[in-house]
Design a protein around this ligand. Sequence first.
Ligand SMILES: NC(=O)c1ccc[n+]([C@@H]2O[C@H](COP(=O)([O-])OP(=O)(O)OC[C@H]3O[C@@H](n4cnc5c(N)ncnc54)[C@H](OP(=O)(O)O)[C@@H]3O)[C@@H](O)[C@H]2O)c1
Length: 256
Amino acid sequence: MSTASVIVTGASRGLGRAIAIALAQMGADVTINARTEAALFDVKQEIETLGRRAEILAGDVSEADVAERLVAAAMLAFGRLDAVVNNAAVLQPVARIAESDPFAWRQNLQINLFAPYLITQAALPHLRRAPQGRIINVSSGAAVRATVGWSAYCVSKAGLNMFTNVLAQEEQRIVALAVRPGVVDTSMQNTLRQLGKNAMEPEAYQRFIAYYQQGQLLPPEQPGKAIAAMALKAPLSWSGRFISWNDPDVQSLFMT
Ligand SMILES: NC(=O)c1ccc[n+]([C@@H]2O[C@H](COP(=O)([O-])OP(=O)(O)OC[C@H]3O[C@@H](n4cnc5c(N)ncnc54)[C@H](OP(=O)(O)O)[C@@H]3O)[C@@H](O)[C@H]2O)c1
């Protein structure tokens, strides 16, 4: 059987980069996307050092044709598509609803929710032909916990969870999962620490500051490895779940 091929969005840094590299370590070829092309070249090089292939499609996932081009690039490079990891997302606007910028609010939904819809739609015809197609949507605890100052982010991730549920019901031969990656040491946490002070509730803000100061943020490689394993091995019986990166079921994927 030929090598599995997986698309990862937001793979220039942070969790997406870790997912792409873990996928290569597990033997997959990867098509990587983000806006920053130079950083994608570094990730491509790392993947090639691991003996796997990487294709780059730089672009903003909220732009109309990027989804089609991303899927086309994966098919042209590898001739098959087995999974998509919708990981690219932004936290902003970090502001209370009354003060938030409508343009930034809409942009958040376009990146975090509408782009996964577009990419899923473009990928489905190919995923249906894969031995086992999978869509992994990187969600957040914010999907199920209202956080003051994060209205667009919470709404986008709650929407992504419901999107995953509907997808699982419509596409009964495809595994659709929404994954909670934990609190991870990435630029998104940095953005939160920089912008959150005036918008968030003080206790919530201080909790995130404490995670950082006490070294409790997860290294991206930990949830990255779990999410890569789900993209390659999650069984159909899991479809529709909102699952944490460290759920005991995920550990079972490393034993097969
Ligand atoms: N970090 C956490 O604690 C945490 C917690 C829960 C959930 N998550 C989720 O984990 C995922 C990864 O986040 P992260 O923490 O790794 O954040 P990050 O370090 O800010 O990385 C975000 C990635 O998305 C890309 N991106 C942003 N906007 C994009 C756009 N319009 N088009 C294409 N790519 C775009 C960025 O690259 P460019 O800037 O080069 O485009 C980058 O590669 C997100 O879905 C996030 O919601 C994170």
